[in-house]
Write a protein that binds this ligand. Structure first.
Ligand SMILES: NC(=O)c1ccc[n+]([C@@H]2O[C@H](COP(=O)([O-])OP(=O)(O)OC[C@H]3O[C@@H](n4cnc5c(N)ncnc54)[C@H](O)[C@@H]3O)[C@@H](O)[C@H]2O)c1
Ligand SMILES: N[C@@H](CC=O)C(=O)O
Length: 493
């Protein structure tokens, strides 16, 4: 069935860019097909804008900034809440769009719409709390303080694995702060971004405040990074591309926020029930078919319960259903494209060639060319690719350890530092690991860790800055210090 026929509101399916409140074709007619990763069916086409059209988006955002920043915070809040209400009202259509372009199972897509919308509501409210400070003055007869002001136009470059929430977590923060945004979504998943634009327009977000540009990724990103009028760049994606963009932003000296790759350790203490821990590890590994920056990539299990853990993990994994995300009962959809499948296979081959044991994972069962069957490797060691690279696939690697110091060293043995999981009920061990793990986020006895109130982000090569929470809006604010001098006698100054 065509995508628009599946939607109760077909106008949410847009095959244009969205610039200055207008649906925009490519000037030179260049376009690209967007494919359903589960079936290979072409869902639609998107325009590849010319460089001048990207610059036109900056012109539009520049013009919009004047009025958007001048609104009161509560006026911006109302428009963002209207956007939130529309996201909720259209959540089923948004979930269908997402499952078709990204592949994740429909219940997960519904969850992401809910998750993405929650950032809009959160930042709508946070925009009213961008307080400055009063500073006790060291200068006679002066009043000192700070104001928070919007940084200016923000460029937002986002990945395909969470096509809606990775946009709203940035855009809502920027817009609440008074900044117009130019979104460059991943070319694999543009339709969620364009549906967001359609709903932003209906919510009364003025033209030029929320723009979606599409084009050749390296070319568009280069223009956005070089552009002096863009004051902030927020990127979510791979560490490789993040590094490139950081370099490209050097000339224009912009504010750069980076949410990059993860390679999460999942540590199971000796006191744990192996079944409980194994079920949690399966949940932490296989969401979005392993294509999640929080995926439990290196599962480190105390040697005393290793064998029992592996058995429970393998049984739980065997119960996962792989298939088209539109079908009910499917747990894992396809990978995003064929190259991702090839990368997963190469990671498994590399591990096996270096001594890992392939416990389960028969690719002959895959229901289509973009699917990868859940795979379990044991005896994983640090010379293997699976140890150091994000597999971004449903490949789980288990390693036994003998004591806390060893597991800390193993867990930190990576360039990444996004998230870590710890399963133990021993409070001393919890505290020791919590402090020693070089990660931006540590979840203890919980697979779920994210949400609007949370400062999401990593250390080391996993990124710069934090999104969400009470500090997420700061990425889009400048602090202006003021000194009001010669006031006469100011008591208490
Ligand atoms: N830390 C987080 O919050 C978080 C969240 C989601 C995904 N991720 C990471 O994202 C990665 C997966 O996403 P991906 O494959 O879309 O990442 P990616 O880096 O390939 O692409 C991300 C974005 O950058 C663009 N891009 C790609 N190549 C480019 C280039 N040469 N120059 C400029 N722009 C370019 C893409 O079109 C896309 O919009 C994983 O590493 C994952 O861990 C991190
Ligand atoms: N699951 C993450 C996205 C990473 O890929 C999130 O919650 O932000």
């Amino acid at each position: 069935m065509t995508l628009s026929n599946m939607l109760s509101d077909p106008r949410l399916f847009r095959q244009y860019a969205y610039v200055d409140g207008k649906w925009t074709h490519a000037d030179q007619g260049r376009e690209e097909a967007v494919v359903d990763p589960a079936t290979g069916e072409v869902l639609g086409h998107i325009p590849l804008l010319e460089p001048a059209q990207i610059t036109a988006a900056v012109d539009a955002a520049e013009a919009a900034f004047v009025h958007w920043r001048a609104l009161r915070a509560d006026e911006r809040c109302e428009r963002l809440l209207a956007w939130y209400d529309l996201l909720q009202a259209h959540r089923e259509d948004l979930a269908i769009l997402m499952t078709r372009e990204q592949g994740k199972p429909l219940p997960d897509a519904r969850g992401e719409v809910e998750y993405g919308a929650s950032f809009v509501r959160w930042f709508a409210e946070e925009g009213k709390r961008t307080f400055g400070d009063t500073i006790p003055s060291h200068i006679p007869n002066a009043a000192l303080g700070t104001l928070k002001e919007p940084v200016g136009i923000a460029a937002l470059i986002t990945p395909w694995n969470f096509p809606l929430a990775m946009i709203t977590r940035k855009a809502a923060a920027a817009m609440a702060a008074g900044c117009p945004v130019i979104v460059k979504p991943a070319h694999e998943t543009p339709f969620s971004a364009l549906a967001l634009a359609e709903l932003a327009e209906r919510a009364g977000i003025p033209a030029g405040v929320f723009n979606v540009v599409l084009g050749e990724a390296a070319e568009v990103s280069r223009i956005l990074c070089d552009e002096d009028r863009i004051k902030a760049l927020s990127f979510t994606g791979s560490t490789r591309v993040g590094r490139l963009l950081l370099e490209q932003c050097a000339n224009s000296v912009k504010r750069v926020s980076l949410e990059l790759g993860g390679n999460a350790p999942f540590i199971v203490g000796p006191d744990m029930d192996p079944k409980e821990a194994a079920f949690a590890a399966v949940a932490a590994k296989f969401q979005t078919a392993g294509q999640d920056c929080l995926a439990a990539d290196r599962i480190l299990v105390h040697e005393s319960l290793h064998d029992a853990f592996v058995e429970h993990f393998a049984n739980r994994m065997a119960a996962l259903t792989v298939g088209n995300g539109l079908e009910s009962e499917v747990d894992l959809g396809p990978l995003i494209h064929r190259q991702a499948v090839e990368k997963a296979a190469a990671i498994v081959d590399d591990a096996v060639s270096k001594g890992a044991t392939l416990v389960a994972g028969d690719q002959r069962q895959a229901p289509g060319e973009n699917f990868f069957m859940p795979t379990l490797l044991t005896n994983v060691t640090h010379d293997m690719k699976i140890w150091h690279e994000e597999s971004f696939a449903p490949v789980a690697g288990i390693t036994a350890y003998s004591d806390d110091d060893q597991v800390i060293e193993m867990a930190n043995d990576t360039e990444y530092g996004l998230a870590a999981y710890v399963y133990t009920h021993d409070i001393r061990r919890i505290w020791k690991l919590l402090r020693a793990l070089e990660y931006g986020m540590v979840a203890v006895n919980s697979v779920k860790m994210t949400g609007p109130p949370v400062p999401f982000g990593g250390v080391k090569h996993s990124g710069l800055g934090r999104e969400g929470g009470v500090t997420g809006i700061d990425e889009y604010l400048e602090t202006k210090y003021y000194c009001l001098g010669a006031l006469g006698s100011v008591s208490g100054s």
